[in-house]
Design a protein around this ligand. Structure first.
Ligand SMILES: O=C(O)c1ccc[n+]([C@@H]2O[C@H](COP(=O)([O-])O)[C@@H](O)[C@H]2O)c1
Ligand SMILES: Cc1cc2nc[nH]c2cc1C
Length: 360
């Protein structure tokens, strides 16, 4: 078996007994039933994923920022030059990006992973060089990646997840950096959900009306050229790797692997924005049970993100109109996920605290 196949085989779906026990326990805690709203669902979700109720505290957290470039940038789909990907990697490594500030706020380690930046990076502390290619090919002319490249990027993401968990991380947070990657995200979301490009394509880093119209046309062309156009989307399982290779980015593939790797290790994965959402669609198509180990950190302003989360059945914890990526929205959700689990682990029950329950 390949590493990818072994990882997929190791992923367990939510444990129904732990879910039932967690639900029942929520109702015994000293609060009105359901009073913690969506946080109750998060704690129950983590119980199912870990197969233990109450689940372990998902801390310490580790952020991995997967960086890569995109051949489709040549089609004029982003207002920013491609070299900003490389420059922002330098900024992450120097500690100067928003992701660094938010990681410091929540106590997350930061690992930057070069899976496909279109330039050579010098070794540096906090940088992991797992380069599969110097950017993808232009998906509007043919497949962005070969199946071999997509698999290598998936396995790079799996290895990052494994190593972070081995080093003590108990929660993984996805991050991405890649100029033009919202175009690839839109194409993945179309291909995996069957939605139209006009519905899921957004302004990314700030595309004007003309650029947005071009992006929609480029996404349509990429789907057509790669034989992915059609109202039905892509059936789960069959064709998942080929779809990812055709219109995904190297960071999308690596994030999909990171999700699979976290799920296989039994450690929850907090998803960031639209790039993570689209990568999660690929992970779910490869291994449906992986979704049980994911928490949607936030919902970004990019319209395809809501479509992806709906398709995955995930409810975002934070909605702040963020549209940055890097893992920023995922990091902000980490204290909420911890609070949800801590409540389940530490709050007294009506019995233990001697609090009278409501009348039947
Ligand atoms: O996380 C999001 O939902 C998100 C939404 C818009 C933009 N981004 C970030 O912006 C970059 C891609 O934007 P663009 O316009 O070049 O496709 C990439 O580095 C992403 O991390 C991220
Ligand atoms: C400056 C900048 C920072 C980013 N962080 C993630 N994507 C980004 C895109 C740009 C352009």
């Amino acid at each position: 078996m390949t590493i990818l196949e072994q990882t997929i085989a190791a992923i367990r779906p939510a444990d129904p007994a732990a879910v039932a026990e967690a639900r029942a326990h929520q109702d015994r805690l000293t609060k009105p039933r359901g009073a913690l709203g969506a946080l109750e669902d998060v704690a129950v979700r983590l119980a199912g994923a870990s197969a233990v109720s109450p689940p372990p505290l998902p801390t310490p957290p580790a952020l991995a920022i997967f960086a890569a470039d995109h051949g489709v940038h040549a089609q004029g789909v982003s207002p920013w030059p491609q070299e900003v990907t490389l420059q922002m990697v330098g900024n992450f490594l120097a500690g100067g990006a928003v992701a660094n500030a938010f990681a410091a706020q929540v106590g997350a380690s930061v690992t930057v992973v070069d899976v496909g930046v279109a330039a050579d990076l010098d070794p540096a502390p906090g940088l992991r060089i797992s380069k599969v290619a110097y950017g993808t090919a232009d998906m509007s002319r043919g497949p962005a990646m070969t199946a071999v490249q997509a698999t290598a990027a998936l396995e790079a993401g799996i290895a990052v997840a494994r190593d972070l968990v081995d080093a003590g991380a108990r929660c993984l947070v996805t991050g991405d950096m890649g100029i033009a990657n919202t175009t690839a995200s839109a194409a993945l979301i179309c291909a995996f959900t069957g939605h139209d490009a006009a519905v899921v394509t957004g302004r990314g880093t700030g595309a004007d009306d003309e650029t947005l119209a071009r992006k929609v046309a480029v996404v349509r062309e990429a789907l057509r050229v790669n034989g992915l156009a059609g109202p039905q989307g892509v059936p789960s399982g069959a064709g998942a790797l080929e779809t990812l290779a055709a219109v995904g980015g190297l960071e999308h593939a690596a994030i999909a692997g990171f999700i699979l790797g976290g799920a296989a290790c039994g450690v929850p994965v907090i998803l960031d924005g639209v790039i993570a959402g689209s990568a999660a669609l690929a992970a779910a198509a490869l291994a449906p049970a992986a979704v049980d180990h994911c928490v949607a950190g936030h919902r970004s302003a990019e319209p395809g993100h809501a479509v992806a989360l709906d398709h995955l059945g995930l409810r975002p914890l934070v909605e702040l109109e963020l549209r940055l990526g890097e893992g920023t929205g995922g990091l902000l959700a980490h204290p909420l996920v911890c609070a949800a689990v801590r409540a389940m682990r530490e709050v007294a029950t009506f019995d233990s605290a001697g609090v009278t329950e409501k009348e039947a």
